[in-house]
Design a protein around this ligand. Structure first.
Ligand code: NAP
Length: 256
Protein backbone atom coordinates (compact mmCIF):
# COMPACT_ATOMS: atom_id res chain seq x y z
CA UNK A 1 0.00 0.00 0.00
CA UNK A 2 1.35 3.45 -0.88
CA UNK A 3 0.59 6.49 1.27
CA UNK A 4 -2.26 7.05 3.67
CA UNK A 5 -5.73 5.87 2.68
CA UNK A 6 -8.41 8.46 2.17
CA UNK A 7 -11.47 7.95 4.36
CA UNK A 8 -14.75 9.85 4.25
CA UNK A 9 -16.71 9.88 7.51
CA UNK A 10 -20.40 10.81 7.23
CA UNK A 11 -21.09 12.39 10.61
CA UNK A 12 -24.18 13.20 12.66
CA UNK A 13 -23.97 10.87 15.65
CA UNK A 14 -22.03 10.27 18.87
CA UNK A 15 -20.32 7.37 17.14
CA UNK A 16 -19.04 9.72 14.42
CA UNK A 17 -17.36 11.86 17.07
CA UNK A 18 -15.81 8.72 18.54
CA UNK A 19 -14.52 7.59 15.12
CA UNK A 20 -12.90 11.01 14.64
CA UNK A 21 -11.23 10.64 18.04
CA UNK A 22 -9.91 7.20 17.12
CA UNK A 23 -8.62 8.10 13.65
CA UNK A 24 -7.35 11.65 14.15
CA UNK A 25 -3.57 11.63 14.18
CA UNK A 26 -3.19 8.23 12.53
CA UNK A 27 -0.49 8.42 9.88
CA UNK A 28 -2.10 5.74 7.71
CA UNK A 29 -5.44 7.58 7.38
CA UNK A 30 -6.39 10.87 5.74
CA UNK A 31 -9.76 11.61 7.24
CA UNK A 32 -12.45 13.96 5.96
CA UNK A 33 -15.50 14.47 8.16
CA UNK A 34 -18.72 15.45 6.43
CA UNK A 35 -21.60 17.24 8.18
CA UNK A 36 -25.04 17.96 6.77
CA UNK A 37 -24.90 21.43 8.31
CA UNK A 38 -28.15 21.22 10.26
CA UNK A 39 -26.80 21.77 13.79
CA UNK A 40 -25.94 25.33 14.76
CA UNK A 41 -23.26 24.55 17.36
CA UNK A 42 -21.43 21.38 16.51
CA UNK A 43 -18.28 20.03 18.11
CA UNK A 44 -14.97 21.22 16.63
CA UNK A 45 -13.10 18.86 14.35
CA UNK A 46 -9.58 18.16 15.68
CA UNK A 47 -6.56 19.73 14.06
CA UNK A 48 -5.37 17.74 11.05
CA UNK A 49 -8.79 16.35 10.17
CA UNK A 50 -10.42 17.86 7.08
CA UNK A 51 -14.05 18.97 7.31
CA UNK A 52 -16.72 19.60 4.72
CA UNK A 53 -20.30 20.78 5.26
CA UNK A 54 -23.49 20.32 3.22
CA UNK A 55 -25.11 17.75 0.95
CA UNK A 56 -23.28 16.17 -1.97
CA UNK A 57 -26.19 16.51 -4.39
CA UNK A 58 -27.72 13.03 -4.25
CA UNK A 59 -26.12 9.77 -5.31
CA UNK A 60 -24.59 11.26 -8.46
CA UNK A 61 -23.07 14.13 -6.51
CA UNK A 62 -21.64 11.74 -3.97
CA UNK A 63 -20.16 9.57 -6.75
CA UNK A 64 -18.49 12.63 -8.23
CA UNK A 65 -17.13 13.62 -4.81
CA UNK A 66 -15.76 10.13 -4.09
CA UNK A 67 -14.00 10.02 -7.45
CA UNK A 68 -12.67 13.56 -7.31
CA UNK A 69 -11.31 13.07 -3.79
CA UNK A 70 -10.01 9.53 -4.49
CA UNK A 71 -11.83 8.20 -1.43
CA UNK A 72 -10.82 4.64 -0.54
CA UNK A 73 -13.38 3.91 2.17
CA UNK A 74 -16.56 5.46 3.60
CA UNK A 75 -17.73 5.19 7.19
CA UNK A 76 -21.40 6.12 7.40
CA UNK A 77 -21.92 7.20 11.00
CA UNK A 78 -25.02 9.29 10.44
CA UNK A 79 -27.80 9.18 13.03
CA UNK A 80 -29.90 5.98 13.16
CA UNK A 81 -32.88 8.02 11.85
CA UNK A 82 -31.05 9.58 8.92
CA UNK A 83 -32.90 8.08 5.96
CA UNK A 84 -31.33 9.29 2.73
CA UNK A 85 -27.62 9.59 3.41
CA UNK A 86 -27.13 5.89 4.28
CA UNK A 87 -28.98 4.84 1.11
CA UNK A 88 -26.97 7.26 -1.01
CA UNK A 89 -23.69 6.14 0.56
CA UNK A 90 -24.47 2.51 -0.09
CA UNK A 91 -25.55 3.12 -3.70
CA UNK A 92 -22.61 5.37 -4.59
CA UNK A 93 -20.02 3.09 -2.99
CA UNK A 94 -21.53 0.06 -4.66
CA UNK A 95 -21.45 1.78 -8.05
CA UNK A 96 -17.77 2.73 -7.65
CA UNK A 97 -16.53 -0.32 -5.74
CA UNK A 98 -15.60 1.77 -2.70
CA UNK A 99 -15.68 -0.01 0.68
CA UNK A 100 -18.48 1.25 2.96
CA UNK A 101 -19.64 0.44 6.46
CA UNK A 102 -22.69 1.71 8.32
CA UNK A 103 -22.27 2.37 12.04
CA UNK A 104 -25.61 1.83 13.75
CA UNK A 105 -25.88 1.61 17.49
CA UNK A 106 -28.32 -1.05 18.70
CA UNK A 107 -31.93 0.01 19.14
CA UNK A 108 -33.46 0.06 22.62
CA UNK A 109 -35.45 -3.02 23.53
CA UNK A 110 -38.66 -2.87 25.55
CA UNK A 111 -38.08 -3.96 29.17
CA UNK A 112 -40.47 -5.30 31.79
CA UNK A 113 -42.48 -2.33 33.07
CA UNK A 114 -42.17 -0.32 29.84
CA UNK A 115 -45.41 0.75 28.16
CA UNK A 116 -44.43 1.22 24.52
CA UNK A 117 -46.69 1.86 21.58
CA UNK A 118 -44.58 1.10 18.51
CA UNK A 119 -45.11 3.48 15.57
CA UNK A 120 -43.70 2.73 12.12
CA UNK A 121 -42.86 6.38 11.53
CA UNK A 122 -43.47 9.90 12.81
CA UNK A 123 -46.79 10.26 10.96
CA UNK A 124 -48.13 7.14 12.68
CA UNK A 125 -46.91 8.44 16.04
CA UNK A 126 -48.75 11.73 15.46
CA UNK A 127 -51.95 9.89 14.52
CA UNK A 128 -51.73 7.86 17.72
CA UNK A 129 -51.37 11.01 19.83
CA UNK A 130 -54.27 12.64 18.00
CA UNK A 131 -56.54 9.68 18.72
CA UNK A 132 -55.41 9.32 22.33
CA UNK A 133 -56.95 11.11 25.28
CA UNK A 134 -53.53 12.39 26.40
CA UNK A 135 -53.62 16.05 27.39
CA UNK A 136 -49.88 16.63 27.94
CA UNK A 137 -47.43 15.15 25.48
CA UNK A 138 -43.64 15.44 25.47
CA UNK A 139 -42.12 15.26 21.99
CA UNK A 140 -38.44 14.24 21.97
CA UNK A 141 -37.98 13.71 18.24
CA UNK A 142 -35.88 16.72 17.31
CA UNK A 143 -37.11 19.85 15.58
CA UNK A 144 -37.41 18.75 11.97
CA UNK A 145 -40.35 16.39 12.12
CA UNK A 146 -42.73 18.24 14.42
CA UNK A 147 -45.18 19.33 11.72
CA UNK A 148 -47.43 16.20 11.79
CA UNK A 149 -48.22 16.95 15.45
CA UNK A 150 -49.93 20.20 14.50
CA UNK A 151 -53.06 18.08 14.05
CA UNK A 152 -52.97 17.10 17.76
CA UNK A 153 -54.87 20.20 18.82
CA UNK A 154 -56.51 18.49 21.80
CA UNK A 155 -53.22 18.11 23.65
CA UNK A 156 -50.72 20.48 25.19
CA UNK A 157 -47.48 19.73 23.37
CA UNK A 158 -44.01 20.18 24.82
CA UNK A 159 -41.28 19.79 22.20
CA UNK A 160 -37.71 19.33 23.39
CA UNK A 161 -35.05 20.06 20.80
CA UNK A 162 -31.46 21.28 20.54
CA UNK A 163 -32.17 24.16 18.15
CA UNK A 164 -35.48 26.03 17.83
CA UNK A 165 -37.93 24.79 15.19
CA UNK A 166 -38.53 27.08 12.25
CA UNK A 167 -41.16 29.85 12.45
CA UNK A 168 -44.71 28.58 12.16
CA UNK A 169 -43.77 25.01 13.08
CA UNK A 170 -46.02 23.78 15.86
CA UNK A 171 -47.15 27.20 16.98
CA UNK A 172 -48.63 27.00 20.45
CA UNK A 173 -46.34 24.21 21.61
CA UNK A 174 -43.97 24.83 24.45
CA UNK A 175 -40.41 24.57 23.13
CA UNK A 176 -37.76 23.33 25.55
CA UNK A 177 -34.28 23.94 24.20
CA UNK A 178 -31.89 21.39 25.68
CA UNK A 179 -29.07 19.13 24.59
CA UNK A 180 -28.55 15.71 26.18
CA UNK A 181 -27.30 13.68 27.85
CA UNK A 182 -30.00 13.94 30.51
CA UNK A 183 -29.90 12.25 33.92
CA UNK A 184 -32.67 10.07 35.30
CA UNK A 185 -33.35 12.67 38.00
CA UNK A 186 -33.73 15.41 35.36
CA UNK A 187 -36.09 13.30 33.26
CA UNK A 188 -38.16 12.26 36.29
CA UNK A 189 -38.49 15.92 37.29
CA UNK A 190 -39.47 16.99 33.76
CA UNK A 191 -42.15 14.32 33.38
CA UNK A 192 -43.56 14.86 36.88
CA UNK A 193 -43.44 18.66 36.99
CA UNK A 194 -45.16 19.03 33.61
CA UNK A 195 -47.68 16.26 34.26
CA UNK A 196 -46.62 14.50 31.04
CA UNK A 197 -49.03 11.71 30.09
CA UNK A 198 -47.32 10.45 26.92
CA UNK A 199 -43.76 10.69 25.60
CA UNK A 200 -42.99 10.45 21.89
CA UNK A 201 -39.48 9.24 21.09
CA UNK A 202 -37.46 7.85 18.22
CA UNK A 203 -35.81 4.53 19.00
CA UNK A 204 -32.39 6.13 18.79
CA UNK A 205 -30.64 3.65 21.06
CA UNK A 206 -27.54 4.52 23.10
CA UNK A 207 -27.08 5.87 26.60
CA UNK A 208 -27.28 9.64 26.07
CA UNK A 209 -31.07 9.88 25.94
CA UNK A 210 -32.08 6.58 27.56
CA UNK A 211 -32.93 8.20 30.91
CA UNK A 212 -36.30 9.34 29.52
CA UNK A 213 -37.19 5.69 28.86
CA UNK A 214 -36.23 4.75 32.41
CA UNK A 215 -38.13 7.72 33.84
CA UNK A 216 -41.25 6.85 31.85
CA UNK A 217 -40.98 3.24 33.04
CA UNK A 218 -40.65 4.37 36.62
CA UNK A 219 -43.64 6.71 36.38
CA UNK A 220 -45.68 4.25 34.27
CA UNK A 221 -45.99 6.73 31.42
CA UNK A 222 -46.49 5.28 27.93
CA UNK A 223 -43.96 6.02 25.18
CA UNK A 224 -44.91 6.16 21.53
CA UNK A 225 -41.67 4.69 20.18
CA UNK A 226 -40.92 5.38 16.54
CA UNK A 227 -39.16 2.42 14.91
CA UNK A 228 -35.94 2.70 12.89
CA UNK A 229 -36.02 3.30 9.15
CA UNK A 230 -35.44 0.18 7.01
CA UNK A 231 -31.88 -1.12 6.69
CA UNK A 232 -29.91 -0.22 3.57
CA UNK A 233 -28.22 -3.58 3.08
CA UNK A 234 -24.76 -2.17 3.77
CA UNK A 235 -22.42 -3.91 6.21
CA UNK A 236 -23.44 -2.76 9.67
CA UNK A 237 -21.29 -2.46 12.78
CA UNK A 238 -22.64 -1.48 16.18
CA UNK A 239 -19.96 0.88 17.47
CA UNK A 240 -17.18 3.29 16.58
CA UNK A 241 -14.62 0.75 17.77
CA UNK A 242 -16.04 -1.86 15.40
CA UNK A 243 -15.97 0.65 12.53
CA UNK A 244 -12.27 1.33 13.13
CA UNK A 245 -11.62 -2.43 13.23
CA UNK A 246 -13.55 -2.80 9.95
CA UNK A 247 -11.30 -0.16 8.43
CA UNK A 248 -8.26 -2.29 9.18
CA UNK A 249 -9.94 -5.25 7.58
CA UNK A 250 -12.48 -4.66 4.80
CA UNK A 251 -11.67 -0.97 4.43
CA UNK A 252 -8.05 -2.00 3.74
CA UNK A 253 -6.57 0.70 5.92
CA UNK A 254 -3.91 0.27 8.54
CA UNK A 255 -2.14 -2.85 9.73
CA UNK A 256 -3.98 -6.07 9.00
P1 NAP B 1 -30.88 12.25 5.73
O1 NAP B 1 -32.30 12.06 5.38
O2 NAP B 1 -30.03 11.04 5.67
O3 NAP B 1 -30.17 13.34 4.81
C1 NAP B 1 -30.82 14.24 3.95
C2 NAP B 1 -29.76 14.84 3.06
O4 NAP B 1 -28.85 15.64 3.83
C3 NAP B 1 -28.88 13.81 2.39
O5 NAP B 1 -29.49 13.28 1.22
C4 NAP B 1 -27.65 14.60 2.10
O6 NAP B 1 -27.84 15.51 1.02
C5 NAP B 1 -27.53 15.47 3.34
N1 NAP B 1 -26.71 14.84 4.40
C6 NAP B 1 -27.12 14.09 5.45
N2 NAP B 1 -26.10 13.75 6.23
C7 NAP B 1 -25.01 14.29 5.65
C8 NAP B 1 -23.63 14.30 6.00
N3 NAP B 1 -23.16 13.69 7.11
N4 NAP B 1 -22.77 14.97 5.18
C9 NAP B 1 -23.23 15.60 4.06
N5 NAP B 1 -24.53 15.64 3.70
C10 NAP B 1 -25.39 15.00 4.49
O7 NAP B 1 -30.67 12.85 7.18
P2 NAP B 1 -31.58 13.85 8.06
O8 NAP B 1 -32.52 13.03 8.86
O9 NAP B 1 -32.08 14.95 7.19
O10 NAP B 1 -30.48 14.38 9.05
C11 NAP B 1 -29.50 15.32 8.61
C12 NAP B 1 -28.23 15.09 9.42
O11 NAP B 1 -28.52 15.23 10.81
C13 NAP B 1 -27.61 13.71 9.20
O12 NAP B 1 -26.22 13.85 9.05
C14 NAP B 1 -27.94 12.96 10.49
O13 NAP B 1 -26.90 12.08 10.85
C15 NAP B 1 -28.08 14.08 11.51
N6 NAP B 1 -29.09 13.75 12.55
C16 NAP B 1 -30.32 13.30 12.18
C17 NAP B 1 -31.23 12.97 13.17
C18 NAP B 1 -32.60 12.44 12.81
O14 NAP B 1 -33.34 12.10 13.74
N7 NAP B 1 -32.96 12.32 11.53
C19 NAP B 1 -30.89 13.13 14.53
C20 NAP B 1 -29.63 13.61 14.85
C21 NAP B 1 -28.72 13.92 13.86
P3 NAP B 1 -27.43 15.17 -0.48
O15 NAP B 1 -28.44 14.20 -0.99
O16 NAP B 1 -27.44 16.48 -1.16
O17 NAP B 1 -26.05 14.55 -0.43
Amino acid sequence: MTGPRRVLLLAGSTEATQVVGALAGRADVELTVSFAGRTANRARTPHGVAERVGGFGGIDGLCRYLERESIDAVIDATHPFAQQMPRHARAACQALGVAVVHVERPAWVEQAGDRWIIAADIAEAARWVQRSAARRVLLTIGRQELAPFAACDGARLIARCIDPPGPGVLDGAEILLARGPFTLAEEMALLSDRGVEVVVSKNSGGAATYAKVEAARSLQIPIVMVARPPATGATVVASATAAVEWLGRDGTVGPT
